[in-house]
Design a protein around this ligand. Structure first.
Ligand code: SF4
Ligand code: SF4
Ligand code: FES
Length: 257
């Protein structure tokens, strides 16, 4: 087993302010950045705050910025860096710092609550739901989300523009709206809820200019932009500008009542 000393630069501070501090710390074969942060806690900085749970890329807790890129600390192998490189670890930039590497991600939970839940179809008992495999597969991709909020952190709409946060749900929750809007059994429309309209007017779909930065950082490899945001934009535009689509939806709703 080979061992070497790596240079780390870690942000330390709290909501009042802070600074980058330099550390030299031992690295062993096969380790990830989270191992090094734990070694720092054990040997040099026992009060270094870091959030983590699974160390397996599944809980979404250990999100941070490593050399300026939003990443999971537990899934970032030390072998991807040059041994001579200084590795900088900072808290997620889009959310307020609590302490050191821990941020307050409650913005995301607030946005999650703003998306109305799946509306069950009338007259079909749970267990009797039937869907085509293609629809199941589409939902399954979105449901791989581990809620690490790396996509939310990287999206430029909120990353440098705190003022946009009230009007923009962010890629993770626009993806949720898209999932529900494309769900063949969701009966929101019959219940008077137009998910396409609310995507535009309440969740800020129009702010997204499909740069795909969110997709690039997703540790689950979900094609957020191509498979959720662009289809949702297309569906919303159809609804807004196509009079036949609009008329059809009105007639369908009246026929159902
Ligand atoms: S594609 Fe849209 S949601 Fe994703 S990072 Fe770009 S602007 Fe943000
Ligand atoms: S969509 Fe991907 S990047 Fe965004 S919260 Fe889910 S797992 Fe994380
Ligand atoms: S500790 Fe769970 S995703 Fe990293």
């Amino acid at each position: 087993m080979s061992t070497y000393d790596a240079s780390f630069r870690i942000w330390r501070g709290d909501a009042e302010g802070g600074e980058l501090r330099d550390f030299t710390v031992e690295v062993n074969d096969g380790e990830v950045v989270l191992d090094i942060v734990h070694r720092l806690q054990a040997t040099q900085t026992p009060d270094l705050a870091v959030r983590w749970n699974c160390k397996a890329g599944k809980c979404g807790s250990c999100s941070a910025e490593i050399n300026g890129r939003p990443r999971l600390m537990c899934m970032t192998r030390m072998s991807t860096f040059e041994r001579s490189e200084t590795i900088t670890v900072t808290p997620l930039r889009a959310f307020p710092v609590v302490r050191d590497l821990v941020t307050d991600v409650s913005f995301n939970y607030a946005k999650a609550r703003e998306v109305p839940a799946f509306v069950p179809p009338r007259g079909v008992a749970p267990g009797a739901y039937r869907m085509q495999q293609v629809d199941v597969d589409r939902s399954q991709e979105f449901r791989k989300c581990i809620e690490c909020f790396l996509c939310q952190d990287t999206c430029h709409v909120v990353r440098d523009h705190e003022e946009n946060k009230t009007a923009f749900a962010g890629p993770r929750f626009l993806m949720r709206v898209a999932e529900l809007d494309m769900h063949p059994l969701d009966a929101a429309e019959e219940a008077g809820l137009d998910r396409k309209r609310t995507a535009q007017e309440e969740h800020g779909l129009g702010y997204c200019n499909i740069t795909k930065c969110c997709t690039e950082v997703c540790p689950e490899g979900i094609k957020i932009t191509d498979n959720a945001l662009i289809p949702l934009k297309e569906r919303a535009v159809d609804r807004k500008y196509d009079p036949l689509v609009w008329l059809g939806s009105k007639i369908r709703r009246r026929a159902d009542t």
